[in-house]
Design a protein around this ligand. Sequence first.
Ligand SMILES: CC(C)(COP(=O)(O)OP(=O)(O)OC[C@H]1O[C@@H](n2cnc3c(N)ncnc32)[C@H](O[C@H]2O[C@H](COP(=O)(O)OP(=O)(O)OP(=O)(O)O)[C@@H](O)[C@H]2O)[C@@H]1O)[C@@H](O)C(=O)NCCC(=O)NCCS
Ligand SMILES: Nc1ncnc2[nH]cnc12
Length: 306
Amino acid sequence: MANVLPILRQVAPVREVFAAEHLAELARQALVAEAELTPKPGLVDRRGTGAHSDLSLDLMRRSASAIAPFFADMATAAQSMPFSNALRTEVAAIGRAAEFAMLQVTGGSNSHKGAIWILGLLVTAAGQDIESNPDTIAKGAGLLASLPDSVRPQLVSHGDMVRARYGVTGARGEAIANFPHIVHVGLPALLAARKKGCTETNSRLSALLDIMARLDDTCVLYRGGAEGLTIVQKGASDILHAGGPGSAAGDQAMLQLDHELFIRTISPGGSADILAATLFLDALERGQYAVQEDNSLSEGDPYGAN
Ligand SMILES: CC(C)(COP(=O)(O)OP(=O)(O)OC[C@H]1O[C@@H](n2cnc3c(N)ncnc32)[C@H](O[C@H]2O[C@H](COP(=O)(O)OP(=O)(O)OP(=O)(O)O)[C@@H](O)[C@H]2O)[C@@H]1O)[C@@H](O)C(=O)NCCC(=O)NCCS
Ligand SMILES: Nc1ncnc2[nH]cnc12
């Protein structure tokens, strides 16, 4: 079904929907593209495990594959019921099943909890209308996030602890505010770097650093406190001011920040999730479907970084 989408796009004038499997595959590929992007400060990448002792690139890839079918289920749900509390409840149940599948494949490590939330909401919103753009998809996803989560368990998450201590709004707040760090930070930074002639890898790294410089990442706050967040935000900002990825000073500053985060075991995991979602919406917007003309799916880095 996914492989007919480019054809549908040409012949169907309006309100054709994205195939659920296609959205899921695109989301999986965005997660793999984020994980493989190298070098990322403190994060798992092609060089190694960053500030993590329980994650690896192979695990991130397997986690992405394990959760992709749940994205397809979310898009299918979006196509079979209207925007409503019932859809929110259905998607929450699928999201929790995806978290369970993630924990099973990683042996209990949290590889993509934030990504399941963000991409799950975006895939659901994108599942409804092919004429959408990043802004309207983010708004739809934000609206869905603001509906009540009727079966929310009474467990206290790391995000809950950090929110109570530092007064930040975390992953839930990001969604309810319509994903400002994707729409107003990640995407503009990605496009600006490409326009300047940066390589695709450096454009994505620039987008990640811009996100890191501004996001109140609860993953950073939980591991490193307020001081850790300052180190991440100032460090990312300094790299960009030094010339950004691809400049000698920028690359040097990036290695220094990577080292500091490694020593302190601080990981900007929330920023990584926001970058994956940025790549997903960018690919949708550009019509860059990773389905090949011979109906196969691209291998390696399907988002084509260089
Ligand atoms: C709304 C939920 C995301 C739950 O939110 P909550 O804040 O209560 O949960 P957390 O457990 O804290 O997870 C939030 C994850 O979101 C990422 N994140 C952090 N800050 C932001 C931000 N400002 N904006 C957006 N996203 C953010 C981050 O995920 C990444 O970090 C993880 C790695 O962290 P790590 O420290 O290694 O792992 P931990 O287990 O936390 O600690 P250790 O023990 O290892 O030290 C990695 O997963 C990245 O993805 C935060 O971790 C949502 O889950 C929810 O409500 N779900 C219910 C189902 C539902 O409604 N679904 C609907 C659609 S799917
Ligand atoms: N590349 C990465 N490294 C560590 N945590 C992550 N969470 C999402 N992407 C990640």
